[in-house]
Design a protein around this ligand. Structure first.
Ligand code: ZN
Length: 114
């Protein structure tokens, strides 16, 4: 049986990056990354994969109410999103370039630093 090597794939998507969804029901949507779980290969993107969450309704001291329904984003698989290049504005695969001691992310389309 072939053994799966434990290759650590670096996660190239960071918080506040703009990404485009390339698969699933939110395909084509763009949004800002609000959270990344690198170990699980999952990202949370603003406005993508929103789910309704019901909060218990409780009376407040002033006679109002709290609770009701809020919209909350869910984590989606990292493979379902692509980074959007700030230079060319297109979803792109991420390349890397070694700049002295630092590894920088580059756009595979226009080679701009990301
Ligand atoms: Zn680009």
């Amino acid at each position: 049986m072939p053994r799966q090597g434990r290759i650590m794939k670096a996660v190239d998507v960071k918080k506040n990056d703009e990404v485009q969804v390339i698969a699933g029901k939110d395909r084509g949507k763009r949004g800002r990354v609000v959270n990344v779980l690198p170990r699980e290969n999952r990202v949370m993107v603003e406005g993508v994969a929103r789910a309704k969450r019901h909060l218990p309704v409780r009376p407040t001291a002033r006679g109002g109410q709290t609770g009701g329904i809020i919209l909350k984003e869910l984590f989606i698989d990292l493979s379902n999103v692509m980074l959007v290049c700030k230079e060319c504005g297109k979803p792109t695969r991420v390349g890397h370039r070694i700049d002295g001691d630092v590894k920088v992310r580059i756009c595979r389309r226009c080679e701009a630093e990301l």
